[in-house]
Design a binder for this molecule. Structure first.
Ligand code: ZN
Length: 360
């Protein structure tokens, strides 16, 4: 049965008026981690050499003063914080402190001595498709932790199976990795997609996190800007994705010029990272701390402990933010953004939790 076109349009308008974007079917999130990206590199590069990052800032909500984990400023512990929305250490932490390829038979749950849910698990259990495009081999940690043996049975609604990661692509050449992602975004996009780009970290270890114009490090950040630009173009060229896709971008750590490293968690240049959110309903050019002033506090130059009543924006916010954008609940057992109170859209139908500080 076919309706006249105007009837279909009326239905479409009605549904978009009664539903917030976050609850609409067909929404997508692309989560990008730029490994070792210092937020100040974007300022030094300027809009000409980093047009995409500047576009994300102009059209989205962002901060150049987000934080890593408190104790660790290295890659796998922080990426595990992003996907589980937990800190690294302590009984509620995810406890993955290694930063190399996982040993045979190891996985997140075995190491934690208990199942660790994640953004992949919650999205998949709720019927969404998931993908991870990684540029370092150690990211197989997530593939082996959420496969058809290690993933928990799906008890949410329809059974979508134990393998929570539908697509895992590892390619250390990030141009080729993004070629693959762009092809998939064009023909068969997943609902939740994570992309890891290693270039700033690789350049930083080779020549230092050097902000001198023309440095290998800045060139690597500019390359990531181009790659993210290709992802944005692919989103805008696919009618199924355009206006239905959020981009969330952050980093696992910054880095130092002097040591060509980033392991010292007390160094502000290691723990200060960017956090950008772009997409439908996200106000243009807004400071994330201003949008979430009831629940987040700009930490100045410190990296406050997890117990702080008003925490900073952290890379660990990402997992639960992504689920919130997709209209899904927080990750079971998570501790960062567990109330999903990092606000990136100005209008939402979920009541904002009361400010614990104001009650005292
Ligand atoms: Zn590194």
């Amino acid at each position: 049965m076919r309706f006249p076109q105007s009837f279909g349009l009326a239905i479409a308008c009605l549904s978009s008026a009664t539903l917030l974007h976050a609850q609409e079917a067909g929404d997508h999130v692309i989560f990008i981690s730029a490994d070792g990206m210092r937020p100040d590199s974007v300022d030094v590069l300027g809009p000409e050499k980093a047009p995409t990052f500047h576009r994300l800032r102009e059209e989205g909500a962002w901060t150049s003063n987000a934080r890593t984990d408190v104790v660790y400023t290295v890659t796998l512990p922080n990426h595990t914080a992003m996907v589980t929305s937990r800190g690294v250490t302590g009984p509620e932490g995810h406890n993955w402190i290694k930063n190399s390829d996982p040993m045979l038979g190891q996985n997140l749950h075995k190491n934690h001595k208990g199942y660790l849910s994640s953004v992949f698990a919650v999205a998949h259990d709720n019927g969404l498709s998931t993908a991870l495009y990684a540029s370092k081999s150690k990211f197989k940690l997530y593939d082996i932790s959420y496969d058809d043996r290690t993933g928990e049975p799906d008890t949410t609604g329809e059974d979508n199976g134990r393998d929570k990661l539908d697509r895992y692509v590892m390619e250390s050449e990030t141009d080729a990795l993004v070629d693959q992602l762009v092809a998939d975004l064009t023909s068969d996009p997943t609902d939740f997609t994570m992309l890891h780009l290693r270039d700033p970290d690789s350049a930083g270890h080779a020549e230092g996190w050097d902000l001198t114009p023309g440095s290998p490090y800045l060139q690597a950040v500019a390359k990531v800007d181009k790659l993210v630009g290709r992802v944005l173009a692919a989103v805008e060229e696919n009618p199924a994705l355009k206006d239905h896709t959020w981009i969330v971008l952050t980093a696992d750590h910054g880095g130092l010029t002097a040591t060509k490293g980033h392991g010292e968690a007390k160094e502000s240049d290691n723990y200060i990272i960017p956090f950008y959110v772009w997409g439908p309903g996200v106000p243009a050019g807004k400071d994330l701390y201003a949008l979430s002033s009831g629940s987040r506090l700009d930490p100045g130059t410190t990296n406050p402990p997890y117990e702080s009543p008003k925490p900073p924006v952290r890379n660990g916010d990402a997992g639960n933010l992504i689920l919130n954008l997709l209209g899904l609940p927080a990750i079971p057992g998570s501790t960062i953004n567990a109330k999903q109170d990092l606000l990136v859209v100005e209008k939402r139908d979920v009541p904002i939790p009361p400010d614990p500080a104001a009650a005292r």
